[in-house]
Design a protein around this ligand. Structure first.
Ligand code: SAM
Ligand code: SF4
Length: 364
């Protein structure tokens, strides 16, 4: 029997580790190459769906359906999946959520993942995407544990807007996190903002200037239809073109070549060295170069942010007495997930269906 993809909301019956293992047509340790020849090097690990903020484009203010606590992967389970992924050529692990810093074992997660090695013996890279709250308290422990890079989200520099947008009065905490990251050696330091019409589209230049002043690279993200409240509309989305036009009023923008599989296109500001990035998933999708997989906090592998199919690792991770075949089972499920990857997302097709999970439960 082969590893069967799971449509979200419908968990497959317990397949047992051996089932997934038998689906592993590739030799464990071989790279994770999909049917469109994309080699997968990046695994985004969502550590929790919980968050200290309630950003309007991500979560509803109330009534969010939280993942069951019993389904959240333990530290050992995360490391087990990551070890197999590293053996299959994953070189970067990005910790995200929800808010990854809400995990009380976050320093141990970083420490254990940072010890992993690829098939060539090279160390893996550990990165994190965070809203920055509490980062000032834990950053030095995270760096000691092996954290290499951090991206911090900041959509506005104005307290009133921040309160409205995130439904929490925590801008000063985020700024403290950014200040701590700027004072550290972690580079490149990236600051992410979702550009929104009538919300923060008059602050794009200010946000770039703020990032430059903090030795960081500002990156603007086109808003995607991934909010748990299903409120996305194409009209309210600020496009890549509009972002570039706004920035051109202040800087001469020169494209930076050599993007590779990176989600952000980058431009030099007035000839550099400072740069700005735009992640235009909606108007200029970059699926052809995608090298990313995702692991949700409840053990579901996903091959795309927008996929409505998941590959359930929980039965493999929790099958009693299956320790010997567990690594093969995980490897088989990783390969099934990669094999099932479509050439691109379909946001711009009339048939597009928003995934049932919000961004906080997928892992951005
Ligand atoms: N809580 C952390 C944070 O905010 O950085 C990590 C998780 S968050 C889901 C990761 C990234 O996804 C953030 O940069 C956030 O701005 C972005 N994001 C969330 N919902 C989005 C949406 N609907 N469209 C585009 N980006 C979104
Ligand atoms: Fe939380 Fe990040 Fe979602 Fe904002 S974008 S609600 S900080 S998970």
């Amino acid at each position: 029997m082969s590893a069967v993809p799971v449509t979200i909301g419908v968990r497959m019956p317990l397949p047992g580790a051996a089932d997934a293992a038998s689906d592993a047509t590739a030799v464990p340790g071989a790279p994770l190459v999909d049917t469109y020849s994309r080699v997968h090097r990046d695994l985004r690990i969502s550590l929790t769906d919980r968050c200290s903020l309630r950003c309007t484009y991500c979560m509803p203010e109330q009534g969010n359906e939280w993942l069951a606590r019993t389904s959240i992967l333990s530290l050992d389970e995360i490391v087990e999946v990551a070890r197999v992924a590293a053996a299959a050529g994953i070189t970067t692990f990005r910790l995200t959520g929800g808010e990854p810093l809400l995990r009380t074992d976050i320093v141990d997660v970083v420490r254990r993942l940072a010890r992993l090695r690829g098939p060539d013996g090279q160390p893996v890279e550990i990165a994190m995407t965070t809203n920055g709250i509490r980062l000032d308290e834990v950053l030095s422990d995270l760096i000691d544990a092996g954290l290499h890079r951090v991206n911090i989200s900041l959509d506005t520099l104005r307290h009133d807007r921040f309160r409205e947008l995130t439904r929490r009065d925590r801008l000063d905490d985020v700024l403290a996190g950014i200040a701590a990251a700027a004072a550290s050696d972690l580079r490149p330091l990236k600051i992410n903002a979702v550009a929104m019409r009538g919300v923060n589209d008059d602050e794009l230049v200010d946000l770039v200037a703020f990032a430059v002043a903090h030795s960081a690279q500002m990156r603007f993200i086109e808003q995607m239809p991934l909010d748990a409240g299903h409120t996305w509309s194409r009209e309210n989305m600020v496009t890549r073109e509009e972002i570039l036009q706004a920035l051109s009023s202040r800087w001469t923008l020169t494209p930076v070549p050599g993007r590779g599989g990176a989600p952000a296109e980058r431009w030099m500001l007035d000839g550099g060295p400072d740069t700005v990035g735009v992640i235009a998933s909606v108007t200029a999708p970059f699926c052809g170069d995608c090298d990313r997989l995702r692991l949700t906090a409840d053990g579901q592998l996903r091959n795309c942010l927008f996929s409505t199919t998941e590959y359930d690792l929980l039965p493999i991770l929790r099958a009693p007495g299956a320790e010997d075949s567990r690594a093969d089972g995980i490897d088989g499920m990783l390969r099934a997930c990669v094999r099932g990857k479509l050439p691109g997302h379909a946001i711009n097709e009339p048939s597009f269906l928003q995934p049932a999970r919000g961004m906080n439960a997928i892992g951005g």
